[in-house]
Design a protein around this ligand. Sequence first.
Ligand code: ZN
Length: 184
Amino acid sequence: MTPDLALAELLAGNQRFAQGQPTAANPIEERTKHVAGQAPVAAVIRCADSRVAPEIVFDQPLGNLFVCGVAGNIPTPEIVESIEYAVAHLGTTLIVVMGHSNCGAVTAALTSEVVDGLFAQVALAPTPDLDDCIAHNAEQGISTLLNRSVMIEEAVKNGLVQIVAGVQDIATGNFELVAQTQLN
Ligand SMILES: [Zn+2]
């Protein structure tokens, strides 16, 4: 599947979720198919927040999303390696950095006097506005991925993979794109 088609699939699923009309199902007969392998439509870097769940928010069944999660949806080295696996071995062409409104990790990075550990990796916007920082942190996830993985950078340059960043609005359910790599 091309990155464009994969993104269209996810955004259509998000519309269904936001409107309260999800269609994704996981019938028993599909399990046999999953045993044979996986070919996820997209890889997602999500925040650990319990209100964020890519399979639900993008209305996708098992087998469609390769999901990695950590507070603040930061592409840590371990997450980058996992995403490389999806690109190299599972044929994933779309990578989604998924931020969300009211993110506690970004709030901690923004408001704490002393920020260390994982929260120190949250990329804050120039302005101390939480929503701006959440969007900026998701967008910076693209740069971090590209900087930490030559393999992913090459795949993007060659037009094989696209990375997008967006923010899930907890209240409306809408996932809004804030940045994306350009396809050749
Ligand atoms: Zn969060």
